[in-house]
Design a protein around this ligand. Structure first.
Ligand code: URA
Length: 368
């Protein structure tokens, strides 16, 4: 293979060289009416190398500088408001969009406790930049805006996308005894029957075609934890079988194992009507089901796909952008947070980050 070609394949998400492969870049997962990478490459410069967070943080630094310099066209040119102004230039939220993969910040009863990871080291090595961010973590919530009275020092300000230190949401071990593999399927079948009969959420149980319990190996090393069924899943009774599911399958295959070697489940087992996000009560009603599934399976790794599952499992309000890039812990399982495949379908540029996340897990698991 020519050298140039080879080095491009080492950055799989930046290229479209291996069509049909999740690691092949953006082309294979774009909507069919969207221009391919090759088409858009010809028409316009490649913007995928731009880091929006870097741009925002540079804009924030410039705004703060102008503010300090007393530039008149900026409103309220007193230094005390520089931080506030600079914050306008920062991304308002994690880059998850507003749809099923995108999740409003689910209020968690435990958010703001040490479980959200904030009480850990204020200064951390950024897995994105490799630089020591030296971020003075706020005592209560790292995602909270800086105090207006704080001195303007945008260079030291943590970016809202900076990963937080790894943390444990619930200390292990899993309750009860580890079931022999032979008994796990029957226990899961009993639980699936309970789920199928569940009418705890009136709207969801009235609207569903069927419940979507989960599927896969009963002795999985890796569990993929989604949000809730969509229309295709509601019809088939199986998780992740629509377009997002097809991408998930490619992501799993890119990790060098088969979909059936993993276990796939969702936070909620019924399709929220119109693909809206499940609400706090619906998530709480379903909690006992996914908790029991995980307790039966006791996977080595749980991959949270998107904010709903990540915030629920990790008992936090932190965004995916902040939770990703680290290996967290839930009971005895390691937890990796990454973008939901539905989000990746709409935002192919984020596939690079998702692939980085999966590679982090593969390295940890000894698969790389
Ligand atoms: N999105 C999810 O979160 N889960 C599914 O099963 C399908 C789409």
């Amino acid at each position: 293979m020519p050298e140039a070609h080879q080095s491009k394949q080492n950055e799989p998400f930046q290229t479209g060289l291996v069509t049909g492969d999740f690691t092949a870049g953006y082309t294979s997962c774009m909507p069919t009416n969207a221009p391919t990478t090759a088409q858009s490459d010809a028409a316009a410069p490649d913007t995928t190398i731009l880091d929006p967070h870097q741009i925002h943080s540079q804009a924030a630094a410039l705004a703060a500088h102008l503010q300090r310099a007393g530039v008149a066209f900026l409103p309220q040119t007193d230094p005390a408001t520089a931080d506030e102004m600079a914050a306008w230039f920062l991304p308002a939220e994690d880059p998850q969009p507003a749809s099923q993969a995108d999740v409003p910040q689910v209020a968690s009863p435990q958010a703001g406790t040490p479980h959200d990871g904030q009480s850990q080291a204020a200064s951390q090595q950024s897995p994105v930049t490799g630089k020591n961010a030296q971020t003075p973590a706020p005592a209560s919530n790292p995602a909270a805006p800086a105090s207006p009275a704080a001195p303007a020092s945008p260079a030291a300000r943590p970016r809202r996308s900076d990963p937080v230190p790894a943390f444990t949401s619930i200390e292990g071990p899993y309750p009860g005894v580890l079931l022999p593999i032979a008994d796990r399927q029957s226990r899961l079948d009993e639980l699936a029957a309970d789920v199928a009969a569940c009418t705890e959420c009136k709207i969801l149980s009235d609207c569903r075609t069927q419940t979507v319990f989960g599927e896969g190996s009963v002795a999985p090393r890796f569990v993929f934890f989604g949000e809730g069924p969509g229309a295709d899943e509601d019809r088939s009774g199986r998780p992740f079988v629509g377009k997002a599911g097809q991408l998930l399958t490619k992501m799993i295959q890119a990790c060098k194992f088969r979909r059936e070697d993993a276990y796939i489940l969702n936070t909620v087992k019924c399709r929220p009507p119109g693909n809206r996000n499940p609400d706090v009560e619906e998530i709480a009603n379903c909690r006992t089901y996914y908790e029991q599934q995980l307790t039966i399976l006791r996977p080595e790794y749980i991959v949270c796909l998107g904010a709903i599952s990540a915030q629920e499992l990790m008992k936090t309000k932190l965004s995916v952008g902040r939770l990703r890039g680290k290996i967290h812990q839930y009971m005895e399982s390691k937890v990796l947070v990454t973008y939901h495949p539905a989000y990746l379908l709409r935002n192919p540029a984020a596939k690079k980050a998702a692939w980085d996340d999966l590679q982090l897990m593969m390295r940890d698991a000894g698969l790389l």
